[in-house]
Write a protein that binds this ligand. Structure first.
Ligand code: DQQ
Length: 542
């Protein structure tokens, strides 16, 4: 249908059709990137309660163009008969890939952990996988463990005793717990007495990810190798519809994760992305020596729309992820391969945006675009005071201080996917606040006017980041627009916001939507550089 085509992303990953959710077990193996995903072979809605979900499979040599293959894991054994849920991949010594995944064994959602290995390692695409004969390798037998809240095993890593470890998210006596399991051969697993980490802030964490990061470098680390001294560790957890994380150290003596700071209120925890982005999974890319992360971004139209479209769910652009030099936050940036889709570069230099200015960005395909823009503050004296209570609810601040509300410094940013009369528009913007010794930047993606269609979920998303404006006066924004996807990176990847939009103007094709840079703050903002490109269609899932 026309709707299916207009909203279907041109370079964000999707299977050829049907429902997709979590990325599962991404890996780089023998020159090929593998993307597995939770997939409904029967249609474009989530299978009822996720029963019978399978592992879809696509492969790529460049993380941009993907070949769609047959599912690798389908519910066909007693240890996964009601569904093959999310998991991870690990490359074992001897170049042996292994998948760890959750199996649903009955309609009561009883969960166990399983292993699968490639049937034939000389098949470059690893098209077929064999489930381990001793599945399930882990059962929910610990006292106090809720067997329907026990899932999503991580990638394995080697502990100080040379044994493999994985973590599994669980509800243990009402606390969200990263349970720890050990193995010598990756097939036989024993539970460790103590968890890797536990918190009573929430009942259960989904899709845990545990990985090491270097301080002061954007290089990635391989969890299957020895981790260098001085590395930090990150524990990522899915909770409350968002992916949050803690930075800390992996205490080898006690075999536990120790966060640098423990914050009781989970609303204050850092997020991988402040928008529609869940169940993210990272992996070490041994080709480029980087860590890559991506996630599921679900549709925010009605499920009847998804039936009409014949597809639902995309994955974010693969992002390089690393630790900021101050060690306090993760930074992310789209993998450079995505730049191969750029064409028709337009370039503006030395623009000046005074209060109320709207500068139209023309000459590119505004439906499929990559925009990089630097906003330089001419003065920071006008910054309004920051109220720390806003950190509890940045979206509220985005709603109250929206793009139309004049501020001291900002709002400034991009208006995209705007109809001729501006009735429809999506706004990505910043506002600068002064707090004690530092500056706090609010970044928002406001979808409230993104479409005239009824029945859509159109929130304002937002997040704060600290920025040293005394040292650096430029705040950068990169936005990837891909029909129904708007993925933005603020302040060099300090705050990322993934969003889904369904403008009508896009469907009506009334000359293509408009794109502007704007400033609505009293202080003038300079744009030393604005570059934008049309983005070609990638070969996704052919
Ligand atoms: N989706 C999977 C679960 C996971 C959840 C089922 C997160 O394994 O916890 O499709 O989106």
């Amino acid at each position: 249908s026309i709707v299916s085509k207009r909203y279907r992303t041109a370079y964000h990953f999707q299977p050829p059709k049907n429902w997709m959710n979590d990325p599962s077990g991404p890996m780089y193996y023998n020159d090929i990137y593998h993307e597995f995903y939770q997939y409904n072979p029967d249609g474009s809605n989530s299978p009822s309660l996720s029963y019978n979900i399978v592992w879809g499979h696509s492969v790529s040599t460049d993380l941009v163009n993907w070949i769609g293959l047959e599912p690798v894991l389908v519910p066909d054994t007693p240890s996964d008969i009601c569904g093959c849920w999310t998991g991870s991949a690990t490359i074992l010594p001897g170049n042996q890939p292994a998948i760890t995944y959750t199996g649903l064994i009955n309609m009561e959602k009883h969960q166990v952990q399983n292993i699968a290995l490639p049937k034939n390692r000389s098949d470059p695409y690893l098209r077929e996988w064999t489930k381990a004969g001793n599945n399930p390798v882990i059962q929910p037998v610990i006292p106090g463990l809720n067997s329907s809240q026990f899932r999503d095993p991580t990638t394995g890593w080697i502990g100080p005793d040379g044994l493999w470890r994985i973590a599994v998210g669980a509800d243990l006596n009402g606390s969200s717990t990263a349970l720890l399991y050990k193995s010598e051969d990756f097939l036989n697993w024993n539970s460790v007495e103590h968890p890797l980490y536990s918190s009573n802030s929430f009942d259960m964490w989904e899709c845990l990810d545990f990985f090491a990061v270097l301080s002061g470098s954007n290089g990635g680390l391989d969890m299957s190798s020895a981790i260098p001294n001085g590395a930090k560790h990150v524990l990522k957890m899915g909770m409350d519809y968002s992916d949050k994380y803690m930075i800390g150290v992996y205490d080898l003596k006690r075999d536990v994760f120790v966060p640098d700071t423990v914050i009781d209120d989970y609303r204050l925890w850092l997020r991988i992305d402040y928008g529609n982005f869940y169940a993210s999974k990272s992996f070490f890319d041994s080709k480029q020596g980087r860590r890559i992360i991506w996630a599921w971004s679900n549709e925010t139209d009605a499920s009847s729309d998804d039936v009409a479209k014949g597809w639902a769910g995309i994955h974010s652009i693969p992002r390089t992820i690393w630790l900021d030099s101050d060690g306090k936050r993760l930074l992310q940036w789209p993998v450079e391969e995505i730049e191969s889709l750029r064409r028709n570069e337009i370039n503006h230099q030395g623009l000046e945006l005074k209060k109320g200015d709207l500068f139209e960005i023309k000459g590119i395909d505004t439906l499929q675009a990559d925009v990089e823009i630097d906003f330089e503050l001419t003065s920071i004296d006008d910054a309004e005071p920051f109220d720390p209570s806003w950190l509890l609810d940045a979206p509220k601040q985005c709603r109250e201080a929206d793009a139309s509300v004049h501020g001291g410094i900002g709002p400034f940013g991009l208006v995209i996917l705007a109809s001729d009369n501006m009735e429809e528009q999506t706004v990505v913007h910043f506002r600068v606040y002064k707090s004690q010794e530092k500056y706090m930047i609010l970044m928002c993606t406001d979808l409230r006017r993104s479409s005239l269609r009824p029945g859509l979920y159109t929130p304002a998303y937002g997040g704060f980041f600290e920025f040293d404006l005394e040292k650096e006066r430029k705040i950068s924004l990169r936005t990837l627009i891909d029909r129904s996807a708007v993925e933005s990176f603020g302040g060099g990847g300090r705050v990322c916001i993934m969003a889904r939009v369904y403008p009508v103007a896009l469907v009506n094709d009334d000359g293509g939507p408009h794109m502007f840079a704007f400033n609505n703050g009293s202080a003038t903002v300079r744009v030393p550089q604005l570059r934008a490109w049309s983005m070609r269609r990638a070969q996704v899932s052919v």
